[in-house]
Design a protein around this ligand. Sequence first.
Ligand code: AMP
Length: 187
Amino acid sequence: MRLVIMGPPGAGKGTQADGIASRLGIPHISTGDIFRANVAQGTALGIEAKRYMDAGEYVPDGVTNSMVRDRLNQADCKPGFLLDGYPRTLEQVGELDSMLNAGGAALDRALELTVDVDEVVTRLVKRAQEQGRADDTEDVIRRRLEVYAEQTAPLTALYAKRNVLSQVDGMGAVEEVTARLLKVLGV
Ligand code: AMP
């Protein structure tokens, strides 16, 4: 199964992605994790990516797309994959389409975790206080959720038009959310 997962900060996307991918026996590919690993190892890719990540910006499409292309060409992606954090722009959607088309494949489903904004804000404010991140105020967190919604809307609209979007309620216990995701995938 070839899948994409999207979701706002605080939706527990990484945890869900890990669970779903291991259940389906496909790799969980997080572009953020790959970039962070490259930064930690000081690779050329990491050095390039760090400049943008530190500034809170997207890594340029050219760098990101070729990294994803290389990853999807690896043998473990033959049975499928779960992409997390990619695509993030319409250009990346087009790139992913062409990567898949080249192998005669298509995306099976784009999953989006939906959240109750007030509940997530409360959760993230509490987490920031516990971790001593005083600059993560309620306003900053609300803004981050707005930015996510603005940036994701064109992608979810496109996937909805293609009839591959499934929006899943991301609130509740981890296992409950996992069960909802597996249900829409028919497993
Ligand atoms: P994340 O952990 O998904 O929030 O990603 C951390 C950082 O990696 C982001 O703030 C971006 O700088 C970069 N990044 C991850 N995925 C992408 C992507 N699809 N396109 C561009 N930059 C990305």
